[in-house]
Write a protein that binds this ligand. Structure first.
Ligand code: ADP
Length: 612
């Protein structure tokens, strides 16, 4: 999968589930060329440690026997040992062997092998095999969770179950109910293409980058970019993916297959239930939630709601002063609560106007250390949005009269901030970021957000992603902590606020050079300090990189860690052998708990203020 060749990027139409639709081919080539031109690291370096890296408590002999058994069960070609040089690749040709955006040594977060099931039955077989040999496994759908650990397992040496390669069908699109049912390997690109083929007036909801798995993003409750390059959530009125999923098929750690929601009630002659994708709650306890951001089951099918296509109008509003921030948030809240803001809008710091030009930071600033605010101001003066501090990107939906009325109110409210400037896409040049927002905010896939990664050579990124109420004072506390600590640890700060209504997801995209061990050390130090400092004020992350999952889990410590103790009780009951994704989201099974696998330390020395 990961490739460093100059061969054309893989295409969806060549039956490559990770590929790009042909209509994005040129954009993909351009993006890759730009990224590679910033690279100073070799495509791969020889492995330093004995390969494959084994999971704990498993001898090389047991591993070899178990793997050949798995090859017999699933076919030789469907099990690969991870013993080749590691290639980071790039977004459209990402690895499934390790964390491509490594924040520790490249070989530290790696699997021992990768297995490719072709059906739910084969997933069950893998789980039974894992129980028999006490080999930990880690499911991925697409493995593009870049910024949060990519395709790497939390526990090194686990066997990665790559569901996407052979389970990547859109199983159903119901045009009347506006729903779909997908397998793990369906990307937003693919779902979009399949919906287009039906000719139905339906939208998908895609995150900033569209190569992620529809199911994987939803199960991880993704919210933005993502890096998932992952950048996870979407931005239409259906932007909360988890809220718009409906019905799942899950293989439990013992290999049994469970269906959630109405799917638990078989349809006539054992067909799928006719309301499986229509009603989320069904009967009895709602169990869907325990399969998201957890390690209680492997999801093999998921229903999602599609949005009936509608007219739309995107816009942006710039605000001149850094200190306008609190007032902007106070204006946003009532507009969001009244649903006058039609989608999940973004409030972005002006530095991102610079980053989305796709020019490297060195184009503007050759020094080490944080880019000075004065310089950002000078650069911004030369860009279409001008000398401003914040830019709000939104979209309204529906017939013209509705949109006009909403825009009238939005303009009037934000005009209370002196110096704010309202612009429509036609007021901005063709290569301005807003045109990418128009597409994303109307459910059309994109690759534009990759431009971030040109900021530094060999750039990787992770996200610091706390939640705050949509209130100026709370948001300001978090913003102050994050900017102060970026300054202390020597990183440019890229704040984006994604507004859901009563709360906002704050996403600070931390960009670092993967070839610079000191930068990686500082990212780790900064992440630990941001997590702890925000937690002291009562603000917690909604999602985090594998390396910080234990510490973030610990911050949710109300009642003497009762939530974690409850999760552990579930884990030990559902997965008594502790084979499924041990340690994911801080949930360790009894067999491995307290044996030193938890990553709780923050032993990273801070540099002097602002140094690099
Ligand atoms: P994406 O490529 O969309 O970012 P991934 O496949 O990387 O999504 O999945 C994100 C995370 O969600 C993974 O690291 C994994 O822990 C979890 N996950 C993904 N797919 C499944 C699944 N089918 N069942 C259970 N957990 C999953």
């Amino acid at each position: 999968m990961a490739s460093d060749s100059a061969a054309p990027p893989p295409l969806l139409s060549d039956d490559c589930h990770t590929g790009v639709p042909s209509r994005y081919f040129d954009q993909a080539v351009e993006s890759r060329t730009r990224l590679h031109s910033n690279r100073t690291l070799p495509p791969s370096i020889p492995r330093q440690q004995q390969v494959p890296i084994l999971p704990p408590d498993v001898t090389r002999e047991t591993f070899t026997t178990a793997i050949s058994e798995l090859q017999n069960l699933l076919g030789n070609g469907n099990v690969e040992v991870n013993d080749k040089p590691l290639v980071d690749g790039w977004y459209m040709e990402h690895p499934n062997t390790h964390d491509a955006f490594h924040l520790v040594d490249q070989e530290d977060l790696v699997s021992s092998a990768i297995v490719y099931p072709g059906s739910t039955e084969e997933v069950s077989i893998i789980l039974k095999w894992a129980n028999q040999h006490l080999i930990p496994i880690y499911p991925i759908s697409m493995g593009r969770n870049l910024g949060y650990g990519g395709a790497a397992p939390r526990l090194r040496g686990s066997v990665v179950v790559d569901l996407g390669r052979r389970m990547n069908k859109v199983l159903n699109i119901d045009g009347d109910a506006a729903t779909c049912l997908v397998e793990p390997g369906v990307s937003y690109f693919k779902l979009y293409e399949e919906v287009q083929k039906t000719g139905l007036p339906l939208w998908i909801d895609t995150p900033d980058l569209s190569g992620g798995s529809v199911l994987g993003n939803c199960i991880d409750r993704g919210v933005i970019m993502g890096a998932d390059c992952g950048w996870g959530k979407g931005y239409t009125p259906y932007g909360d993916h988890w809220a718009n999923h409906c019905g799942m098929e899950v293989v439990l750690p013992n290999g049994e297959v469970l269906r959630t929601g109405m799917g638990a009630l078989p349809g006539r002659d054992d067909a799928d239930n006719p309301t499986w994708q229509a009603f989320q709650h069904a009967y009895g306890p709602s169990v869907d939630g325990i399969f998201s951001q957890s390690n209680f089951g492997i999801v093999t099918k998921m229903g999602m709601w599609l949005m009936p296509a509608t007219e739309h109008q995107s816009y942006c509003i710039s605000f001149p002063k850094d200190d306008d921030f609190e007032q902007i948030v106070e204006i946003i809240r009532p507009l969001a609560l009244q649903r006058i803001l039609g989608n999940i809008p973004q409030l972005r710091n002006v530095i991102q106007e610079i980053a989305t030009t796709a020019k490297p930071r060195s184009h503007w600033f050759k020094e080490k250390g944080v880019m000075p605010r004065e310089l950002i101001r000078e650069i911004a003066k030369t860009l279409p949005c001008g000398d401003c501090a914040w830019v709000f990107y939104g979209t309204v939906y529906g017939p013209e009269e509705t949109r006009n009325r909403q825009l009238e109110i939005i303009k009037k409210e934000f005009a209370k901030i002196p110096g704010s400037v309202f612009k429509l896409p036609q007021d901005l040049p063709d290569d301005h970021y807003i045109h990418s927002r128009v597409k994303i905010n109307s459910g059309t896939p994109e690759l534009k957000e990759l431009d971030w990664l040109n900021w530094l050579p060999n750039a990787g990124h992770t996200f610091f992603a706390p939640i705050t109420p949509t209130k100026g004072k709370d948001a300001n506390i978090v913003y102050d902590i994050v900017t102060r600590l970026h300054h202390k640890w020597g990183f440019d700060c890229f704040p984006t606020w994604c507004v859901a209504g009563r709360e906002m997801h704050f996403i600070a995209n931390v960009i670092y050079d993967r070839g610079d061990p000191d930068a990686k050390r500082r990212v780790n130090g900064m992440m630990h300090e941001m997590i702890q400092t925000c937690a002291k004020e009562g603000y917690g992350e909604y999602r985090t990189h594998l390396l910080y999952q234990d510490v973030v889990a610990k911050t949710y410590g109300y009642g003497n860690q009762v939530l974690m103790r409850f999760n552990e009780m579930l884990k030990d009951t559902i997965d008594p052998n502790g084979i499924l994704a041990p340690g994911r989201n801080g949930i360790w099974p009894k067999r491995l708990r307290g044996r030193g696998f938890e990553l709780l330390g923050g032993d990273f020395e801070a540099p002097k203020a602002g140094s690099d």
